[in-house]
Design a protein around this ligand. Sequence first.
Ligand SMILES: Cc1ncc(CO)c(N)n1
Length: 218
Amino acid sequence: MTWTDQAWQHIQPLYSNILAMPFIEQLKNGTLPLDKFQFYMQQDARYLEHYGRVLAYLGSKTGDNDQALDFFDFGKNALIVERALHESYFSQFGIHEDSDTADLEPICHHYVHFLKSTAAFDPLEVAMAAVLPCFVIYKEVGDYIIATQTNQANPYKNWIDTYSGPEFAIGVQKAENYVNAMAENTTEAIRAQMLEAYVKASRMEFKFWEAAYNKTAW
Ligand SMILES: Cc1ncc(CO)c(N)n1
């Protein structure tokens, strides 16, 4: 079994908890209160601008040029999605532009700085494993919502489509392949650290949606 399959199996209980979250259930049904989505959107825009930089930085740290190019693309795409949030979703959902300067709320702040410090101080394999749940969980949640939704007039449909399309799936597969190759060529001790980082990031994905649902501020 590949490293990413093992890691994904490892977080199944957590993933089930994510699917059962009111945020995800109501996003799927289109009944998520607007103020919770606005909070999420605003924090996610801030998240993406940091996350995109982390991906490009990891690209710059790998000696493999294909991997570097792909991670530069991933980083660029994160900033393109961030821009799309501003250019369409912010106005569509009534979010003020000045929320650009909105504080990173505690969970977003913690997640961003966890990724940045892992990228800066931990082995590259561990940092690559830390960014993977951002890909995999969004893809799985996007696919799950598309497969199970019943409300064709869901106001959040376009946003959901961002993460359920084939283009995103191709990127996820590429990222997983790189992590599997790195896992195969490293030590048991590093693989254990990789799993720990993957689990931590997955918990923060849960916490990020939970914080949006509760509008958790400092
Ligand atoms: C918090 C978070 N994780 C992952 C993604 C997907 O890139 C996102 N948009 N936001």
